[in-house]
Design a protein around this ligand. Structure first.
Ligand SMILES: [Zn+2]
Length: 178
């Protein structure tokens, strides 16, 4: 290739790379860089049986979803995406059997809902290792019994660190490839 063409090709290539890097940086701006650096595990142990796509922005009756629904057979083990202690074990009308887990800095909460049941030994305050089974996929709360799934999201906590008052952050970009 004549050198002029080679230089032109190199400029095009570096511009495309630069645009890609800028895009990555834009989607992980602010304190979300923390999440990007964590290498969060996929929250189901048997990922190959899960149907996974980004449905964070979808509408749900009366509100924006602000979570990922990961369809999987009932009883599929749900694992902690990161190390951190259990903030709260809570049963609600909408979420059914749920786990709220702090991240290690207690700046974020990982929220797992519609569980069929908790794993043995799970308790509030207990430290969960990354990958530790915390419960099993189910359809408790307002999930349809014929469509068991894990409802998973991340909440960024305020300075008061109240587990039930976070702002939802889309986990999709931060979960490790299956
Ligand atoms: Zn959901």
């Amino acid at each position: 290739m004549p050198w002029r063409l080679a230089v032109a090709a190199a400029i095009v290539a570096s511009t495309a790379l630069g645009a890609t890097l800028l895009h990555v940086r834009a989607t992980t701006a602010g304190d979300d860089e923390t999440l990007a650096s964590r290498g969060l595990l996929f929250p189901l142990k048997d990922a190959s049986r899960a149907i996974f796509r980004d449905n964070f922005e979808e509408g749900r009756p009366g509100h924006r979803h602000e979570a990922l629904d990961i369809m999987a057979p009932r009883g599929t083990p749900v694992v902690a995406v990161d190390g951190g202690r259990v903030a709260k074990l809570f049963t609600s009308v909408a979420g059914g059997i749920t786990v709220y887990q702090f991240d290690r800095d207690e700046k974020y909460v990982y929220y797992y809902a519609h569980l069929d049941r908790y794993a043995t030994g799970i308790a509030e305050g207990k430290w969960l290792e990354r990958g530790e089974v915390l419960g099993y996929v189910g359809s408790t709360g307002n999930a349809r019994p014929v469509a068991p799934h894990l409802h998973f999201t991340i909440f960024r906590l305020g300075s008061d660190k109240r587990w039930w008052k976070g702002k939802a952050v889309n986990p999709y970009p931060y979960l490790e490839a299956r």
